[in-house]
Design a protein around this ligand. Structure first.
Ligand code: KG4
Ligand code: ZN
Length: 339
């Protein structure tokens, strides 16, 4: 089956063509037009600006993805598009484009959940992923532990009570005068720093549930910097490394505890923050210690927002003929994969 994927939930316009066979998916093309530079001057994503940029980028990105894949529209089996969660103005552009193509090309349409897409980004490998799997989804808007029993069967194990992990990276970056998006830049600075230099809290690490909370950690970095403003000049790398270590300790600690309790066969790491090297390495090491539990995380290009992951999620739905109607599909900015 050949699926066209479209993603416009935030600040990347992305289109991919993906081939699915059995349990495997393979990207035939993968094109991402990033708006990061446009939003830099605002210090974050401006929804109205994002929507306009998606409008401008949609047709060139679609053309590039079709050309790169060498697939003619008539060969497509379905069109998958992110229809939530995300910025409503941005989601609307992708959804409308997909609905139009579905009508014009007479192809079935699939409205895909962005978080399911992040999880399915793990399927672009030659190995078979054994289920049940525990997925740690960490992005700019989400920090969730999700138990995946089979395709389409997801259970929420833990969630953030306030800020998402990526949001904490971005907010701490802002108060250290580091440009948006802060995650990759904090990681880079942290490489030169000592993660034990400052002792920041590990919120909810030992709480009797699998929920997270990162707002207090951000506030404690804020108070620390207010009290010791000189550290921004003298010890920025140590500050970044210590903050990053606190996030990694909490995410890894809780994921490992849940994996043991739920007796899963696989642990999956997904979402934009999954691009963070210390998080990838520490979680992989700790999962290996569990024995007989596999660990997978997508390559970096599939961690941050892209359309290959949306097409992959679309493929597993298309196999079941679980299509949407192009007359009625509407984007839902608050669509939770599991409630
Ligand atoms: O999944 P994503 O591309 O967009 C959303 O769906 O939110 O995730 C974006 C988030 C941003 O908060 C960004 O700072 C964070 O992922 N991020 C990172 C890294 N790369 C991206 N955070 C920490 N370390 C990284 N290397
Ligand atoms: Zn995302």
């Amino acid at each position: 089956m050949i699926i066209l994927g479209i993603e416009t939930s935030c600040d990347e316009t992305a289109v991919s063509v993906v081939e699915g066979k059995g349990e495997r998916v393979k990207a035939l093309s993968h094109v991402v037009a990033s708006q990061v530079k446009t939003h830099l001057k605002y210090g974050g994503v401006v929804p109205e600006v994002a929507a306009r940029e998606h409008m401008i980028a949609m047709i060139p990105t679609l053309n590039a993805a079709l050309l790169q894949s060498r697939i003619k529209p008539e060969k497509l089996d379905a069109i998958a598009v992110t229809s939530g969660p995300g910025l409503i103005t941005a989601l609307r552009v992708g959804t409308q484009a997909a609905k139009t193509l579905s009508y014009a090309w007479k192809k079935p349409l699939l409205g895909v959940n962005h978080i399911e897409g992040h999880i399915l980004a793990n399927w672009f490998i030659k190995k078979t992923i054994k289920l049940p799997a525990l997925c740690l989804v960490v992005s700019g808007g989400h920090t969730e532990l999700i138990l995946m029993k089979k395709h389409g069967d997801y259970h929420l194990i833990g969630n953030t009570l306030d800020d998402a992990a990526g949001e904490a990276f971005d907010k701490v970056a802002k108060l250290l005068n580091i440009q948006y998006p802060g995650g990759p830049k904090i990681q880079k600075l942290a490489e030169q720093g000592n993660p034990a230099a400052f002792d920041f809290p590990r919120p909810m690490l030992n709480s009797a549930n699998y929920n997270f909370s990162f707002s207090g950690l951000k506030t404690s970095v804020l108070y620390f910097v207010k009290k010791h403003p000189e550290v921004i000049r003298n010890a920025k790398a140590d500050l970044c490394a210590s903050f990053q270590q606190a996030i990694v300790d909490v995410l890894v600690g809780k994921t490992i505890r849940a994996a043991k309790e739920l007796k899963v066969k696989t642990v999956l790491l997904a979402g934009g923050v999954a691009a963070n090297q210390p998080l990838r390495q520490t979680l992989e090491k700790k999962v290996r210690e569990l024995k007989r539990v596999n660990f997978f995380t997508p390559p970096l290009s599939l961690c941050t927002d892209n359309a290959s992951m949306i097409a992959a999620a679309g493929y597993f739905r298309a196999r079941k003929k679980d299509f949407d109607d192009f007359h009625t599909l509407e984007p839902d900015p608050n669509w939770e994969l599991v409630r």
